[in-house]
Each structure stands twice: as C-alpha cells, then as structure tokens.
Design a protein around this ligand. Structure first.
Ligand code: 5RP
Length: 230
C-alpha cells in the first residue's frame, strides 16, 4: 500500500467513519488505496465485534487481499450486478464533486463498481478537496494503442507520462493487463467536456475522472465533514 504520509491519521478518520454506512445484508463495493483500506479494516472489526454480515465486491487485487484478510465475504458483479453502496478513496475532489481517481492504477474497475452502486461515497483527507481539479488524469491504455493515445492526449492539451513501476523496470501493468498514462492538463476548467473527449480516444480503456459521487467523507482536523451532492 502506498502510504506513509503526513495525512495518514486523517485518512484513517475518514476511512473508519464511512464503515458505519455498511448495514447487515448489504452488498458493498470496496475501493483501493490507503484511505479506504481503513474502511475495510474497520469493517473486519465490525464483522468480529458486531456480527455484521455483508458481501464485498473488491476493485483490485489489493482490495481483495485486504478484504479476505479482514474476514469480509466476497461476491462478484456477475452474481450481484447492483450494489447497495460503494466506498472508495480519491486523488482529488473539486467543488462540484468531480473526482480524479487512479493513483493506484485501479480506476477502471473502481468506476465499474462505483457505477454499479446505488450510492457512491468517497473517503479522503482535506488535502484532496480543491476548488478545481489539477491532478494528472490517470488513463488506462491498451498497450497496443499507447503511441496513438499519447498523441491524442497531446492534441487535447495534455502532457502524457507513461507510469513506470517502482521495483520493476518498465511500465506499471494494471490488474487488467494494461498500461497507465498520467495526463497532465494543468487546471481542468471543464471536467465534463474532458471526460467526453477522453472517451473518444481509441485504445483508452477508462480515464480517472468520475462524475457520480454522492457523498464525500472529508477528514478535517476537528472531525469528518460529510458533503452531499445537492
Ligand atoms: C486507486 C485510487 C485511490 O483511491 C486513490 O489513489 C487514493 O489513494 P489513497 O487513499 O492511498 O491516497 O484511485 O486507483
């Protein structure tokens, strides 16, 4: 897991608070990353302490492994195509609740799971909440299409960088067997327009801008603020 940051305590606060949303009998999407990892661990405590019973749909190998270690019973979208709830982390959330995800290269499955849920909740520390999105947009790319996608991203005003492995020479390979390009567009004035343009590039499996957030659990110094879409 990629976290030893100064915000680790805030991440824990937000992540654990959202675990209270899970009720008996629910089917819940389990996101990826160091913040929602606290949700999954807390859910494990609730399974042991309160005999909480629910089914989880993990968004990555990381989420699946943590859920299994925490005692969460798992299912799939094939068995349960509609989820009651999905909880996940984010890299940035803007004032209109547009979100950038994919810092863990899991955004394609995360978006499928989030869009399968009746309610999508993000857990984050307050450093992630910004007026306008500026984070480079993770784009999952079919390896065969890499050079075309890079060229198209440049045409849209982005600066694409192929994400490289840390303890591996060469590119990061996603859980789906693809590459990730991080495309820096500077300040994103119109996320909706950019989403539409990115979807039109052949070879783009999925981009990391999300527009379906229902509620943000944002950890501040004095507690967790809940910001709902109005
Ligand atoms: C993974 C993600 C993560 O949720 C996002 O990168 C936030 O991670 P963290 O909670 O570790 O800061 O989108 O693809």
């Amino acid at each position: 897991m990629k976290d030893a940051s100064a915000n680790a305590n805030a991440k824990r606060l937000a992540g654990e608070a959202a675990a209270d949303l899970v009720k008996n009998g629910m089917v819940v999407g389990l996101g990826t990353g160091s913040t929602v990892a606290w949700t999954i661990k807390r859910l494990g405590e609730r399974i042991n302490g309160e005999e909480l019973e629910f089914l989880g749909v993990p968004t990555s190998f990381q989420a699946e492994s943590l859920a299994i270690a925490s005692g969460v019973s798992l299912t799939t979208l094939n068995v349960h195509p509609i989820l009651d709830l999905a909880i996940d982390g984010a890299d940035q959330v803007d004032a209109n609740l547009f979100v950038i995800k994919g810092g863990g290269a899991a955004h394609t499955r995360e978006k499928v799971v989030a869009c399968s849920a009746r309610r999508f909740v993000i857990v984050a520390d307050e450093s992630k909440h910004v007026e306008k999105l500026t984070w480079p947009v993770p784009v999952e790319v079919l390896p065969f299409a890499l050079r075309l996608v890079e060229r198209k991203l440049r045409n849209l005003g982005g600066e694409p960088v192929l994400r490289l492995g840390k303890m591996k020479d060469g590119p990061v390979i996603t859980d789906n067997g693809n590459f990730v390009v991080d495309a820096n567009f500077g300040t994103i004035e119109d996320p909706e327009e950019l989403m539409a343009l990115l979807c039109r590039i052949p070879g783009v499996l999925e981009h990391g801008i999300f527009d379906n957030l229902d509620e943000l659990y944002l950890a501040r110094e004095d507690g967790v603020e809940r910001i709902k879409r109005t």
